[in-house]
Design a protein around this ligand. Structure first.
Ligand SMILES: Cc1cc2nc3c(=O)[nH]c(=O)nc-3n(C[C@H](O)[C@H](O)[C@H](O)COP(=O)(O)OP(=O)(O)OC[C@H]3O[C@@H](n4cnc5c(N)ncnc54)[C@H](O)[C@@H]3O)c2cc1C
Length: 412
């Protein structure tokens, strides 16, 4: 979703005469009428906005994008044959479905995988993937000691492409999604695209000067400033974690370096951690027992209770306010996510995977590694050294929403 800091396109342009960009809308994901819907309209709209911007930028440089709905594993070989291309470059992914597709594709075509999703790749780790520390703090200490972070790749100046694409970017409604009205209570008017990502990063870090107190504000619930809000763009690649890292460094050199500036990097390390957990454990992060060798967890799996949670109709007002924010805007704060997940699992006795699937559909910033990694953690089948992380909800609401501003905002 970006041309800046993009190893994949940089290599393709260096090594090939003609480069055609291809975007596959995976059918199981771009399928709004499915009973087990995996992506709602809010995220679909954000992705289409990002693609529109990318398409324009690529056209200005002389290239073009072919948009295809289907399965990458079928469509990529077909497109290559129809255009007479001899190789395919793609950014390597970490989660199971994606890595399986990479494996199946590599059996059929000349597939060249590059890095770019995170700060580090498997080969950079100071340990073998099989020895990935089970606990985050140990992972952090080990990778931080090594602490070499590559510089950003520069954006291409031109794209040589003599092929004419046969398709155009589809619209939201032509794909079967519905237009979503914006809600003025939303933390931010998120708009897709690499330029939008940079614009917001610049505003939040430099103009609004929020980074210098991020450690104190990061558990907030209301408004644009309490956390970076970069996750929607990071998740689909409009901006890279390496670009964010170098922006933090610049701010530290030019303005101030303190606990808060470090803490934003610390959070990016959680993102890295869950990427490697996904890579290490493959399909296990999508299974009820997660990565723990434990007995099958007994859950109530009661559809009515689960529906009440989804719709924000539980006996707990703090949970409800968060769930309504999610349904209305596709956003929920980190503090909110922890509370509603813990409430579903520990108080309502429901299956953590049902909650994770609901988040998968609803979240604007959905990422398989971060979502299932965090849910496993809270469900007691992940990387948490304390297996029963139940919250005291009265205390949480009192502490984080003392005057009820957040609850009043959403529970009208
Ligand atoms: C149950 C649950 C589900 C979650 N699902 C997702 C998801 O699908 N996609 C997603 O990006 N994050 C997910 N998170 C992590 C976290 O809540 C969001 O990344 C964060 O709230 C995004 O807001 P921000 O960009 O303002 O974050 P900031 O606080 O500004 O942090 C900066 C960046 O660090 C990364 N980050 C921060 N916290 C975490 C974390 N706990 N785990 C992984 N990365 C983190 C994100 O990329 C984030 O954009 C989940 C957390 C929980 C508890």
């Amino acid at each position: 979703m970006r041309l800046a800091d993009n190893e994949c396109i940089t290599r393709a342009l260096d090594e090939c005469d003609d480069v055609l960009c291809v975007y596959i809308m995976e059918t199981p994901i771009w399928n709004p009428s499915s009973e087990t819907r995996r992506m709602g309209s809010i995220r679909a709209q954000f992705i289409l906005e990002s693609l529109r911007e990318l398409d324009e930028e690529i056209k200005e440089l002389g290239g073009s994008i072919e948009f295809i709905k289907g399965r990458a594993v079928d469509e990529i070989p077909r497109v290559m044959e129809s255009f007479g291309a001899d190789r395919c470059y793609a950014q390597k992914d970490d989660a199971w479905e994606e890595t399986e597709q990479e494996r199946l594709l590599a059996n059929q075509i000349n597939l060249i995988l590059t890095g770019g999703k995170g700060i580090w790749e498997e080969a950079d780790l100071p340990f073998a993937l099989e020895s990935l520390p089970a606990v985050f703090s140990s992972f952090r200490r080990k990778v931080e000691k090594k602490m070499q972070i590559r510089s950003s790749f520069s954006s291409p100046k031109s794209i040589s492409c003599s092929w004419k694409p046969k398709t155009e970017l589809p619209t939201l409604t032509s794909l079967g999604f519905v237009e979503c009205p914006k809600d003025e209570r939303a933390v931010l008017d998120f708009r897709g695209g690499a330029k939008e990502a940079k614009k917001w990063m610049n505003q939040w870090i430099w103009e609004r000067d929020c980074l210098k107190e991020y450690k104190e504000t990061r558990n907030g619930l209301v408004g644009a400033d309490y956390s970076s809000k970069l996750s929607p763009w990071l998740s689909i690649g409009c901006i890279s974690a390496v670009e964010v890292y170098w922006e933090i460094k610049k701010y530290e050199e030019e303005r101030v370096a303190n606990d808060s500036t470090y803490w934003l990097f610390f959070e990016l390390l959680w993102r890295e951690f869950f990427r490697f957990v996904a890579l290490r454990y493959g399909p296990q992060i999508f299974q009820r027992n997660g990565i723990k060798d434990s007995e099958d967890k007994k859950t109530l799996g009661d559809p009515k209770t689960f529906h009440r949670w989804k719709e924000g109709r539980t006996p707990n007002a703090f949970v409800n306010a968060n769930m309504i924010e999610l349904a209305t805007t596709g956003w929920m704060s980190n503090r909110g996510r922890q509370n509603v997940a813990s409430y579903l699992v520990h108080d309502l006795g429901q299956d953590w995977m049902a909650g994770a699937r609901h988040f998968e559909e609803q979240l604007l910033d959905y990422d398989p590694c971060s979502n299932y990694g965090n849910w496993m953690y809270l469900g007691g089948v992940g990387n948490d050294p304390r297996p029963n992380r139940a919250f005291n909800f009265e205390k949480q609401a009192e502490y984080y929403d003392p005057d009820g501003t957040f609850r009043k905002l959403w529970l009208v």
